[in-house]
Write a protein that binds this ligand. Structure first.
Ligand code: ZN
Ligand code: ZN
Length: 196
């Protein structure tokens, strides 16, 4: 059984500079741009230090046909790597729509691409994370928010604290229910039913 430190996948974004945030976004964008069809040369990037509600936005200047993707610093600080990159893909799909059709929304064309690139439709809005991973060691206050039922949420016994390497507890934010194994995850899930 391989055990992975979740810390390798966590953000240390509170100390990241705008340049680091944009570098991360650009590297990810390059890896998916061809598939999405977006033209990165016609794209500009910015970081918003203040955005409270939106994790990202894509602005379109029809005059010079330039799309600008604005990413919020808060998203980078709060989201893990996978969720942050999903936001980048979400905005790249908007940029592709603007470049190709001169308009963009969350309609069926967008949703089709979003599904193909594993992008939540609403990923621009901040929502409280559904799950939180916590270290089981009392003295360690490491935790990590998860917006989706990712592998550490479903099989916490296969992962370890990103800080000290101890075992993990997963908490379901709405109900406060916790579990430490995949069996516990299944139990919590069926106990909560519609409240999941
Ligand atoms: Zn959007
Ligand atoms: Zn720990």
């Amino acid at each position: 059984m391989s055990r992975t430190r979740t810390g390798s996948n966590s953000r240390v974004g509170s100390t990241a500079t705008d340049e680091e945030i944009l570098a991360h976004a650009r590297v990810h964008a390059r890896s998916v741009a061809d598939e999405i069809g977006v033209d990165l040369d016609g794209l500009e990037w910015d970081v918003s230090p203040r955005a409270k509600r939106r994790a990202g936005a894509c602005r379109w200047n029809a005059t010079d046909e330039t799309a600008t993707i604005v990413l919020s610093r808060r998203a980078y600080e709060r989201y893990d790597r996978a969720d942050f990159e999903a936001i980048v893909r979400h905005e790249l799909i908007h940029a592709w729509e603007y470049q190709t059709f001169g308009e963009s929304d969350h309609g069926s064309r967008f949703r089709e691409r979003a599904e193909a690139f594993d992008v939540p439709i609403r990923c621009e809005s901040f929502t409280e994370p559904r799950y939180r991973l916590r270290c089981r060691r009392e003295a360690c206050d490491w935790s990590l928010a998860r917006h989706r039922a990712s592998k550490p949420v479903k099989t916490p016994e296969r992962y370890r604290c990103g800080e000290c390497g101890a075992d993990l507890t997963v908490e379901h934010a709405d109900s406060g229910r916790t579990w430490t194994t995949s069996a516990g995850y299944g139990g919590a899930r069926s106990a909560l039913g519609d409240d999941w």
